[in-house]
Design a protein around this ligand. Structure first.
Ligand code: ADP
Ligand code: NA
Length: 350
């Protein structure tokens, strides 16, 4: 059996938003109670679309600050940035030689991000999922909490692990490493675990406040489309007041949200922020107009987010403290990643 270990990452590009918080960071916090966890600021991923960013270091610090302000304990768990551990890139290269080009071409995120001019996208953007597989598997992590936009990438991670395990069966045995597991019906001697995505809850996908059919995203040009973790109370209130809705009252049953993506999204956000189900929210607000629901949502969102915002600002004011956390986290991560890479080099025969 593989030892349970949680890994996840967030890119240091642009503003963190409510989707990142509800879809990912809040789950990171919940998982740390009962698991060994590694949370990474994936700065190598952030250069795939654009190599040079303004103040990359500041962006890295702000993600680390968001992790800690949300309640992640960097003493008990590991918080670090990816480029501090070169083993990620080393394993990614090996995985580039395991993965097939056809697998990469099928990734919907690549198609979305590359747009029409695919021939001109960076090779790094195409290989992104291979680096993501390396991020996880360089620790032989077993569980990955993410939003559902990452589901396809995690399936690819499983495919890479499985191909490596099967192609190198004999070498893994000869190196005296790996464990016996059963995949489907087949017993195999595996070096990398089959990774389980942890996708679930009321808000696996938080949608844009301006268009309920698009996900809330850092890269949406409209700032009104998202609530940023650093927004103040007034800004949050303004964005929720301006959020797109329809003229009808809220339904009393979840079925009534069908075909009403904006209403569904706001009810889902309310549910996630109170740890309730959408059913419960509609029990309280069914039959009410948005003019009643929106002020309640504003009050709720501000009460959950403002302590995090305040703590983030406080942490960002002491960059040497954040840098020390990242440095220590990097050292601990590097030691664990190197243990894996020694074995991987041995398996391959370097
Ligand atoms: P983004 O997609 O905003 O560029 P990242 O790629 O860094 O952000 O994603 C960080 C985490 O946040 C991932 O686990 C991703 O699945 C999650 N996430 C991003 N956007 C959303 C959203 N709108 N709803 C739910 N989860 C999201
Ligand atoms: Na994403």
């Amino acid at each position: 059996e593989f030892k349970p270990l949680v890994f996840s990452g967030v890119q240091p590009t642009g503003n963190l938003h409510l989707g990142n918080y509800l879809g990912a960071i809040r789950k990171f916090v919940a998982l740390q109670e009962e698991n060994d966890c590694i949370y990474c600021v994936v700065d190598l991923h952030s250069i795939t679309a654009q190599l040079v960013h303004d103040d990359l270091r500041g962006q890295i610090r702000s993600i680390a600050a968001a992790f800690i302000a949300s309640g992640i304990d960097p003493e008990k768990h590991i918080v670090f940035n990816q480029s501090a551990v070169p083993q990620h890139a080393e394993l990614a290269w090996i995985f580039n030689c395991v993965a097939r080009i056809g697998w990469m071409n099928r990734m919907t995120q690549f198609k979305d991000k590359a747009g029409k001019d695919r021939e001109n996208a960076s090779l790094g953007l195409l290989a992104y999922p291979s680096l993501m597989a390396a991020d996880i598997l360089v620790y032989r992590a077993t569980h990955v909490p993410v939003g559902d936009d990452q589901k396809q990438h995690l399936e690819l991670t499983r495919d890479i692990a499985q191909k490596f395990n099967i192609d190198f069966q004999d070498h893994i045995r000869q190196a005296g490493v790996g464990v016996d597991i059963v995949v489907g019906e087949e017993p195999i001697h595996a070096y990398f675990p089959p990774v389980e995505p942890l996708i679930g809850g009321a808000t696996t996908r938080v949608m844009s406040l301006r268009d309920g059919t698009k996900k809330m995203s850092k890269s949406d040009p409209s700032d009104l489309s998202r609530i940023n973790l650093m927004d103040d109370a007034e800004t949050i209130a303004k964005k929720i007041r301006k959020a797109k809705t329809d003229p009808d009252a809220l339904p009393s049953e979840v079925e009534g949200l069908q075909g009403r993506p904006e209403a569904d999204n706001l009810v889902g956000i309310f549910a996630a922020l109170t740890d309730k189900s959408k059913e419960d929210v509609l029990t309280d607000f069914g039959g009410q107009q948005f003019s009643v629901f929106k002020p309640a949502l504003i009050e709720l969102a501000v009460s959950v987010l403002s302590p995090i915002t305040d703590e983030m600002r406080r942490l960002m004011g002491d960059t040497s403290h954040i840098d020390a956390i990242l440095r220590k986290g990097g050292e601990r991560a590097r030691a664990r990643a190197e243990k894996t890479m020694k074995e991987v080099r041995d398996i391959i025969g370097f």
